[in-house]
Design a protein around this ligand. Structure first.
Ligand code: ZN
Length: 338
């Protein structure tokens, strides 16, 4: 059916753009990562050109004519406003002053001459997790996704749509305060987050949290541990593999992370009472046994009422490396009224 429409999803990252095409029947035309350089460090103009090249590339790869493209979904790392203006204070991925306050959504829309729908990467991944899990029933369900990476990202989906908030800052799950009593050991210092909060979800459930808070403490409790001889940033990255091997120090760290996510989900249970709780990030890239153990720990620490337990599900976010582009495409489809 050559005359049917498609939407394109573009996932912008620090080094690469990943692109996908979603057709009008709900099928993704690529089943793998299709990456091109993002060139974000060369400033906005070069980066917008690279996004345009990524779109041309995916259309060529899938044999899709440009005339069939109804809308483009774009996601980038934040912080950014709900409609794609990069934070005026800058962002890790967008270091040059030219990016500060830059409206990347409008710039790409002008460059392409096509409607562009924006989401931050956490929200795009949350949207994909929701649609992958619920399929045709997506609009009848709600969910919360927590994605553990360098920080703690994710999003809140209500009736199949991302909750954006007045300033585009809804679903910043990492900076929700969680109770620390019973999570921390006696004498363990209050974990601090880059945002300035002490004891928020990201201060525990993130790679940064491992490096700055959890690992330095646990190394004092395991004085003979081999990670004491490794520099902290490198040691933090080794914790995941040690956890899979059953290392007791690493398991202590992952238990605290699972407890933090469970407490975050307990807040969600009392706030939006979602149908599904999704966990994603580095932990999903581990072996099946370890990731199921981790998900079970999160579930254990999520306090639900009996009525909620009967209807709620817990799952891992699938296809994480493609989740951004796919979620961006789904947003473009839904917003463009398809
Ligand atoms: Zn924070």
């Amino acid at each position: 059916m050559p005359d049917t429409w498609v939407v394109v999803g573009l996932d912008n990252g620090g080094t690469s753009n990943n692109a996908t095409v979603l057709d009008s029947s709900g099928k993704f035309l690529v089943d793998r990562l299709v990456e091109t350089p993002s060139r974000v460090t060369e400033g906005p103009e070069v980066a917008v050109e690279s996004l345009a090249a990524s779109l041309d590339g995916i259309l060529e790869l899938t044999g899709t004519s440009r005339g069939r493209v109804r809308a483009v979904g774009l996601d980038t790392p934040g912080p950014a406003s709900a409609d794609g203006v990069i934070s005026s204070k800058g962002a890790t991925n967008f270091p040059q002053p030219a990016w500060w306050g830059f409206d990347v959504r409008s710039a790409l829309e002008d460059r392409l001459g096509l409607p562009v729908v924006y989401n931050n990467d956490g929200n795009a991944a949350a949207l994909y997790a929701h649609h992958a899990h619920f399929g045709a029933d997506a609009s009848r369900h709600s969910s919360i996704s927590a994605i553990v990476g360098t920080g703690l990202g994710g999003g809140v989906v209500e009736s199949g749509q991302v909750v954006r908030g007045a300033a585009g800052m809804a679903g910043e799950l990492g900076h929700v305060h969680i109770p620390m009593q019973g999570l921390l050991e006696d004498g363990q210092p209050l974990p601090m987050c880059n945002c300035g909060f002490g004891g928020d979800a990201e201060s525990v459930a993130s790679l940064t949290g491992i490096m700055t808070n959890l690992l330095p403490y646990w190394l004092t409790r395991f004085e003979d541990h081999e990670l004491n001889t490794v520099e902290l940033p490198a040691a933090a990255k080794l914790v995941r593999a040690r956890g899979e091997d059953g290392d007791p120090l690493a398991l202590k760290i992952f238990e605290q992370q699972a407890m933090a996510l469970g407490r975050l989900f307990t807040i969600a249970a009392n706030f939006t009472d979602p149908s599904a709780y999704f966990v994603g990030g580095g932990v999903v890239e581990t072996g099946p046994k370890f990731r199921e153990w981790f998900l079970e720990k999160v579930r254990e620490h999520t306090v639900l009422r009996e009525e909620q337990e009967r209807v709620a599900s817990f799952a891992l976010v699938p296809d994480l490396d493609m989740a951004g582009a796919r979620g961006a495409a789904i947003a473009a489809r839904d917003v463009s009224g398809a």
